[in-house]
Design a protein around this ligand. Structure first.
Ligand SMILES: [Zn+2]
Length: 431
């Protein structure tokens, strides 16, 4: 089954989550301003990061995630000392009556994940593990604005989270300036650099950009022909307009990864779509994350199904809208068969994890059992109340963190039904 269904084999890679991050004190980052110089040939980065943040609790040990990056220097008015301990940058701060704190972190490194380099094609793109190319707070409940200045060789293109503020010519390089005013979790930040063919279309206030290093614009438009319809469909189902000025999709590498305002899709993806024009789940899955995931974000990865099962289910809901009930039922039967296999192996479990550990089995639970459970919930409450509940939940928690009970209560309020038994049976596995 996995071999023949592209919707399954590839969705895996769109999010490679880590274990829940433990915080010594509560860190609330307000903004990141990063100047980054990636070098594709040496597969290295050099960064200068200004972070504004608030701290709740003890300021003696404030922890940022810094992967394998080398911390060269940290400066700031209230900084007492800094040290890199494992993958964490620990700062000791003096107590300040002035809020927020501000530090500047100079760092360098050779990321082995999070930023994937292709020296042959002279390309690079990010994929989820932001802390391997930028010091950050990886906690998904911490949202901040993001400014990115990419210092690149002349002639190179960039696509990044947020809005392009243009480019500035420097002596030997070009500075590409990006800014995202919307606050999103750090794992959603990202960029792509290289040389691409591109095409675009304007849908209302949103510019849709499509990039590939191989396909001509006409073929690119064909790959992403449904993107405008998918965007409108999710706006309608969520009750919330897409918030950014643009959404970019880039065919590059071997991964599928949503970021804020853009997604990367494997360069192999067009072959699936050209073979079967209804195989567009990955376009819709990644675009769904612009609502469910990026803007309505699991509070911690224990509630990760609220990101991923929603994206899987919404991609099937679009397929139902576009291609009809047969296509939708075919998707659901695949999700059900994965769930049946989990049960047969004796591995059925709650969709909510105390500590999220990524594994193939756990992802099958989160992505596909989760999507099947959303289908069952729709069957239980009926179409009208289900979509009323989804919309009410999406509007209430847009730009916020969510846990599973938030979704349950939103659905109960919208439907007028007590969903204790359903959630105990299907979500929490208590019955
Ligand atoms: Zn996903």
């Amino acid at each position: 089954m996995f071999k023949c269904k592209n919707i399954l084999i590839v969705i895996w890679y769109c999010f490679l989550a880590t274990a829940v991050h433990a915080q010594v004190t509560k860190l609330n980052v307000l903004s990141y301003e990063l100047t980054l110089e990636p070098d594709i040939q040496t597969q290295s980065v050099k960064g200068s990061l200004k972070v504004q943040f608030e701290v709740e609790g003890d300021t003696k040990k404030v922890t940022f995630d810094a992967g394998t990056l080398n911390i060269d220097k940290v400066s700031g008015a209230n900084l007492l000392s800094f040290s890199k301990v494992g993958s964490e940058l620990e700062l000791a701060l003096s107590t300040s009556n002035e809020s927020p704190y501000e530090v500047t972190i100079e760092y360098s490194g050779n990321p082995k994940k999070g930023l994937l380099f292709n020296a042959n094609l002279n390309q690079a793109h990010t994929v989820y593990f932001t802390d391997h190319w930028m010091v950050c707070n990886s906690n998904p409940s911490d949202r901040a604005s993001f400014s990115l200045n990419l210092l690149l060789p002349k002639g190179m293109q960039s696509v990044a989270s947020g809005k392009s503020l243009g480019i500035e010519e420097r002596a030997e390089k070009t500075l590409h300036k990006w800014h995202q005013a919307y606050e999103t979790p750090s794992y959603t930040y990202g960029f792509v650099i290289g040389s691409f063919k591109a095409t675009a279309e304007q849908i209302g206030d949103v510019k849709l950009n499509y990039y590939s290093s191989e396909l001509e614009p006409k073929a690119l438009k064909k790959v992403f022909v449904e993107t405008p319809n998918i965007l409108k469909f999710f706006e309608e189902k969520s009750g919330i307009q897409y918030v950014q000025d643009s959404y970019s999709q880039v065919l590059i590498g071997d991964n599928y990864q949503e970021m804020s305002g853009l997604s990367v899709l494997s360069k192999a993806y067009p072959t699936f779509v050209f073979k079967d024009s209804s195989e567009i789940h990955l376009t819709s899955h990644e675009l769904a994350h612009q609502w469910w995931g990026n803007m309505i974000t699991c509070e911690d990865f224990g509630h990760f199904w609220l990101n991923e099962a929603f994206a899987v289910y919404m991609s099937s809901a679009f397929s139902e809208y576009k291609f009809g009930d047969k296509k939708y039922q075919s998707d659901i039967s695949i999700y059900k068969s994965i769930y049946d296999d989990i049960v047969k192996r004796g591995k059925d479990r709650s969709l909510v994890f105390k500590t999220w550990m990524p594994s193939r089995l756990n992802r099958n639970v989160i992505y596909y059992k989760g999507a099947y459970v959303l289908h069952l919930l729709r069957e239980k409450v009926g179409d009208e109340l289900f979509w009323k509940g989804i919309q009410s939940y999406s509007i209430k928690y847009f730009g916020k963190s969510v846990k599973t009970d938030d979704f349950k209560v939103a659905m109960e309020n919208a439907t007028g039904l007590n969903l204790d038994t359903f959630f105990d049976r299907w979500v929490y596995n208590k019955l």
